[in-house]
Design a protein around this ligand. Structure first.
Ligand code: FES
Length: 117
């Protein structure tokens, strides 16, 4: 397990998302969403089809639906609560995204924990 610098918190747009990328991979490892009073991070792995498959992003850094109220998987359109990662529509209703731990340092830099290492 190790912590990685993502970006400064001001670089994450309010009501927006930013992909978390590992240098050697083309698909985002995960993504962060700035919404409400915080930032939330999830693996780019949809529970539909057993957390396998293509990226959940609509396009680069775009993981939310049109009105920015939910995370929305680009593959089959499942929506997820931003705070909890709970699936709220088919085909993922009642299933959960996998969380990524975050911390923000004294300078406002956001770090994420890769627990796959
Ligand atoms: S892979 Fe996400 S809804 Fe099907």
């Amino acid at each position: 397990m190790s912590w990685h610098l993502l970006c400064h918190i001001d670089e994450i747009p309010l009501d927006g998302s930013v992909g978390i990328k590992l240098a050697e991979q083309s698909k985002d490892y995960g993504f962060v969403v700035k919404k409400y009073d915080g930032i939330f991070a999830w693996r780019n792995a949809c529970p539909h089809l057993g957390y396998q498959g293509t990226s959940m992003a609509w396009k680069r850094n775009q993981y939310l639906n049109g009105d920015k109220q939910y995370i929305m998987c680009a593959a089959h359109g499942a929506r997820f609560e931003i705070r909890t990662g709970e699936g709220v529509t088919s085909p993922c209703q009642g299933m959960y995204l996998k969380p990524i731990a975050l911390k923000t340092d004294d300078h406002g830099n956001v770090h994420w924990l890769n627990d796959q290492e």
